[in-house]
Design a protein around this ligand. Structure first.
Ligand code: SPV
Ligand code: MN
Length: 613
């Protein structure tokens, strides 16, 4: 193994034979020129930042602490096609999960890894997922030949070298082996050999020939998959959820929210006046007091930057335009300044972006027009750098969760906000979540996709088992979180029916509902707000008049469109083994919608009609 005395000492000081063995095996196979073991020291962190600049995976920008990283033209999102769960021969998961024979997958990966790090430096870096010294804590380490990946992880996760020392010879950790592969102009060249293979048996993931963080940063979506498997065995929940504290006159109520990519998840978690615990992934466990508790496994944000402006997201915008450690990815750089679409500034006509040297109106290698920044361009920043970080981010007990939010993207059916009838009904709503596709994954945009709990991309257990685990989780609690659903994307004649900040009102309404402070109107889909309550909240939080006519449009129950939605969902579940209760809910949901059509003699029913009946 090509390792200096000093680095070997750092590795051996962990007194963990399994870690040493893994590093040795990977080094022998990948043959890096150099191995750097990164401890929790500021010196080592600084070293990684410097290396990212030296090898030009990152370039400094004008504002101190800011850098930019580019992923290749064809490496701008999660690769769903080549992400596979390795399973033993003859085993099956479910129709929604891409799998591969484990032996074949490991053989292929072994061949691809052979000599892949020649001439490169291999970083070995240790982390804790979740707060330290907590029942939630999970240990994980990353091997990567990308200084950008190792740097991103330092912003996004809690350093864990010292924590690993305490593990001694225990081997209950996740690990991730990443190589960007051969580079051309600093980006992964062999995209046709991009692979993300998940090995549940050894709780490890291989990611090769890619740099995009959703594929390469092991602790993020790769660890999510391993943790879903753990959670299944240990009876807790691992969710694609933000965690946010909603503040109401000194009272803080915590919500977690699952939204498919680009459905407003980060901006919901970051609303002015509230505090953020996390924006992407939550571990949830039952507390001894009969409530659900959650932690953020991360301590930073890897967020979408498109349409992020001073008016839409004032807190993040301010954080991204002042000196601090930030990595921008796949934005436009001109004059050492970052630009992105929808930032509310005038744009230069040329610069550097994910296509290389960029000029307005140019076509990319695939002949398509190249926008100034990629739609999935992102920023990476530590939560501790934000003014609105919640004081419980690192609380080892987590935060008590009073509400779950499922947020879809639905232009023609679902109302902006409603409350489910019960935990069971809420789980049903989560399992019917749909979104119109966006740019965070590679493939077509604008199609409607069923995405149960916004977690479908990451499931490594059968969908039916996953849903059943939710049911059981809530049943075991004395006070399960109240489940709500939101939809910020309702349109009429092509125009959004809601303002971008209306979600602030929906959150405040949900906050009051978890404390039973406000009444509701019962409709076939669940409980919706009363006009007067929303009017008061619009005045208080947005200083806006809220017109009765707007409320009526937004909260009309569009029975026909909703029935279509449930039809699509049913199709999507065909062939899946789903718990019995799912079919029961589907049936009663339909019956309620059909009964309302009959009673009111129409398809679109005003909330005022339900209110007066
Ligand atoms: C998402 O797409 O849900 C993200 C970004 O949070 S990624 O890291 O690509 O998963
Ligand atoms: Mn996500």
């Amino acid at each position: 193994m090509n390792i200096s005395k000093e680095n070997l000492h750092k590795l051996k000081s962990l007194h963990n034979g399994r870690v040493t063995k893994i590093v040795e095996t990977v080094a022998e196979l990948c043959r890096p020129e150099k191995i750097s073991v990164i401890t929790d020291s500021e010196n080592d962190a600084q070293y990684v930042r410097r290396r990212a600049l030296e090898v030009m995976e990152e370039t400094p920008l004008r504002t101190p602490g800011h850098t930019v990283h580019f992923d290749g033209y064809y490496d701008q999102g999660r690769d769903k096609e080549n992400t596979r769960v390795l399973i033993p021969k003859g085993e099956k998961l479910c129709g929604h999960i891409k799998t591969m024979d484990r032996d074949e997958g490991l053989e292929e990966i072994g061949n691809l890894l052979e000599g892949i790090m020649e001439g490169k430096e291999m970083f070995v870096r240790f982390f804790c997922l979740g707060p330290k010294n907590s029942k939630f804590t999970m240990y994980a380490f990353q091997i990567t030949d990308s200084a950008y990946v190792a740097h991103s992880e330092d912003i996004l996760y809690r350093r864990g070298y010292e924590a690993f020392k305490e593990l001694r010879d225990k081997n209950n950790f996740f690990y991730f082996i990443h190589s960007a592969g051969e580079l051309e102009k600093c980006v992964s060249k062999n995209i046709d050999k991009r692979r993300v293979y998940i090995d549940l048996e050894k709780e490890r993931v291989f990611a090769i020939n890619t740099q995009y963080a959703g594929n390469s940063v092991g602790l993020k979506k790769l660890a999510l998959r391993l943790a879903i498997s753990r959670a299944d065995k240990e009876k807790w929940l691992c969710e694609h959820m933000f965690i946010s504290g909603v503040h109401n006159n000194g009272r803080i109520t915590y919500f977690t929210g699952a939204f498919p990519s680009a459905c407003g998840k980060t901006s919901t978690a970051m609303l002015p006046g509230n505090t953020i615990v996390g924006d992407d992934i939550a571990y949830l466990r039952p507390g001894e007091d009969g409530n659900a508790y959650a932690v953020n496994i991360e301590k930073g944000i890897f967020g979408i930057i498109e349409n992020l402006s001073h008016s839409s997201d004032p807190l993040i915008y301010e954080a991204l335009t002042s000196p601090k450690e930030v990595i921008f990815s796949n934005i436009l750089v001109a004059n050492d300044t970052p630009y992105w679409s929808g930032m509310g500034k005038e744009f230069p006509k040329m610069g550097k972006n994910f296509a290389g040297d960029w000029k307005e109106g140019m076509a990319g290698p695939d002949g398509k027009p190249v926008p100034l920044a990629h739609k999935n361009a992102r920023y990476t920043v530590s939560l501790h750098e934000l003014k609105n970080v919640d004081k419980n981010l690192d609380n080892p007990n987590g935060v008590k969760v009073d509400g779950f939010i499922y947020g879809g993207r639905d232009s023609d059916a679902s109302v902006p906000v409603f409350q489910s009838f019960s935990w069971h009904h809420g789980v049903f709503i989560g399992s019917c979540l749909e979104s119109e596709t966006t740019s965070a994954t590679i493939g077509a945009e604008g199609q409607r996709k069923h995405n149960p709990m916004a977690n479908l991309d990451f499931l490594v257990i059968p969908l039916g088992t996953y849903i059943q685990n939710h049911i059981a989780f809530g049943e075991a609690l004395d006070r399960p979180p109240i489940i709500f659903a939101t939809n910020y994307f309702l349109k009429e004649n092509g125009k959004f029916l809601n303002g971008i900040m209306d979600k602030l009102v929906w959150l405040q309404w949900m906050e009051r509902r978890t404390h039973n402070d406000l009444g509701v109107i019962e409709t076939p889909i669940g409980y919706i707000p009363l006009y007067e309550d929303l009017k008061t909240l619009f005045t208080k939080y947005l200083k806006q008049e809220y017109a009765k006519a707007d409320y009526e449009k937004q909260f009309t129950i569009r029975t026909h469109k909703l029935l279509e939605k449930f039809q699509r969902v049913e199709e999507s579940y065909k062939g899946e083994e789903v718990p019995e209760y799912f079919a029961d809910h589907l049936r009663s949901q339909r019956d309620r919608l059909l009964a309302a059509q009959k009673k009111y003699g129409k398809e679109n029913i005003s909330p005022f009609e339900f209110a007066s009946s």
